[in-house]
Design a protein around this ligand. Sequence first.
Ligand code: NAD
Ligand code: UDP
Length: 337
Amino acid sequence: MAILVTGGAGFIGSHTCVSLLETGHEVVCVDNLSNSSRTALDRVQAITGKTVKFYECDILDKPMLSKVMRENAIDAVIHFAGLKAVGESVALPLKYYHNNITGTLCLLEVMGEFGVKKIVFSSSATVYGKAETVPLTEDMPTSAYSPYGQTKLMIEQILKDLYVSDNEWSVSLLRYFNPIGAHQSGLIGEDPRDIPNNLMPYITKVAAGKLAQLSVFGSDYPTPDGTCIRDYIHVADLAEGHLKALDKVRRERGVFIHNLGTGTGYSVLDVIKAFETANDIKINYRLADRRPGDVTICYADPAKAKKELDWEAKRDIVQMCRDAWNWQKNNPDGYGD
Ligand code: NAD
Ligand code: UDP
């Protein structure tokens, strides 16, 4: 039996494909390559010495998804496919609702038709909205401040409703904190198409001389150094979390919600310092205005994942910074396409 990975050519998907193959799973991947490259999967195969069966397929394309299901014995689905740029989602909400929500509905309908009822879904810490207290636990109230965040909340709800309607479903909702880093081989990593929105890829582009200066968004927040605090997690740890979640949905029926974070918060200035120390490179930065919509502090309570999934993050911020730079250094133009 194989695992179907939607969005498997993307940043988190490609690292999860490596972990799946390394633990003996057969992997079938569908991706429309709207934000990724086929090369990522060639690299996954180079790292593991194993084959990924790839379909260039949009999850909105139900006939094609049915063909994938017919041609492969799929046991469970890990669903990464989606658009993820918060700012773009504000400007183009319909694009986000259509791709993420309608796409997920198409996927779930086809899964149901083929009796495949185990799914691990990429949710996000963004569903905690502007939470007042940290660390964030899974039972805290949820809310959304962007169409992107709404799509995560809505898909969580759709999956919960689906389970209520049919208890044969088994659903894992993984709320990721801030994934950074890259595979230690330097062969796969994050490859943003345009100027990065996220902190770490911006830092690596400044380190590489491709961008002149990092703007630190806000230095007057009520934190020790005035900059926002986040829970950065190594993408390889995140990938391993998916294997544990997969074990859970294969063993038990129900809806399982877990934070995937380290439980430790770092400020923007902490991350810059960690990167400089880990790689012996100076980062040119300036203190700039706040970015609208940013929450001050966000970090996970990862205890539930430890208890119920037997998972915890192992890699520290230094390794995250080293691996992110190793990827950028070895691939100055990302996958090059
Ligand atoms: P990514 O853009 O690298 O990967 C997403 C993949 O999905 C891409 O390869 C893209 O081509 C594909 N895709 C998008 N729409 C598709 C469609 N309609 N049909 C088929 N393929 C489609 O992003 P990522 O960082 O790997 O994120 C993976 C998932 O995790 C996303 O759902 C994202 O929202 C979620 N997530 C990411 C973060 C983060 O900071 N990276 C944080 C929380 C949650
Ligand atoms: N950030 C920054 N400069 C950048 C990009 C991000 O100062 O060019 C800050 C951002 O304001 C936030 C933190 O870095 O406080 C993490 O931002 P990112 O976009 O990576 O993740 P988010 O937590 O917003 O999803």
